[in-house]
Write a protein that binds this ligand. Structure first.
Ligand code: GLN
Length: 194
């Protein structure tokens, strides 16, 4: 199995390490490749879009052809995971900040996101979170978005203070927090979707 981690910006290496550990834990042999260029995602079985700055990541993946390859992977029903900025980019609709910055979205998850939704008071925090199909994890939120609206084809996996912070639509996972910093459970579930 080959997993691509979009490596243009953000916490790329943490996802690579978590995915490798998850593979080991599940006894799956395969490789995990961080990529900045077109040509790798299209030859992979699954792809992860890390957290970082959604405006920057979006610009680079659309410029360099990686965005098209992710969309093609979705058409082949392959697992795709976006965390934090990655969640924003997977969304169909964004808030006014997404609009104002002209951030292009992949529109693969039938949801509406709000960027930086926890405000200045709570820019970054850690909490225990119960996630459907996965269990309890320590979730780190860093200038995190929330999911404001979900389509009928989207399953809500977790909420924090009544706000939706994790969803699944088919084999596409979107998380507002950073599982790669604290646990391999989410990556194990992700790999099990293949
Ligand atoms: N606030 C960032 C954005 O909107 C996301 C933060 C993150 O990925 N940790 O792009």
């Amino acid at each position: 199995m080959r997993v691509a981690v979009v490596g243009v910006q953000g916490d790329v290496e943490e996802h690579v390490i978590s995915t490798r550990k998850a593979m080991e834990n599940l006894g799956i042999s395969g490789e995990v490749i961080a990529t900045r260029k077109a040509g790798i995602v299209s030859k992979s079985d699954a792809v992860i879009i890390p957290g970082g700055e959604s405006t920057t990541i979006s610009k680079l993946i659309f410029r360099d052809g990686i965005a098209d390859e992710i969309i093609q992977l979705a058409e082949c029903d392959r697992p795709i995971m976006g965390t934090c900025a990655g969640l924003i980019i997977l969304s169909k609709f964004g808030d006014e900040q997404v609009e104002k910055t002209g951030t292009r979205l992949l529109r693969l998850l039938n949801i509406k996101v709000r960027r930086n939704a926890f405000g200045r008071q709570r820019e970054s925090f850690q909490t225990k979170l119960q996630i459907k199909n996965i269990g309890e994890v320590d979730a780190v939120f860093i200038r995190a978005p929330i999911i404001e609206e979900v389509g009928s084809d989207v399953e809500v996996l977790a909420k924090f203070q009544e706000k939706i912070v994790a969803v699944q639509q088919g084999k596409i996972l979107g998380l507002a927090f950073h599982p790669e910093l604290t646990t391999t459970k989410v990556h194990e579930y992700f790999l099990s979707l293949f």
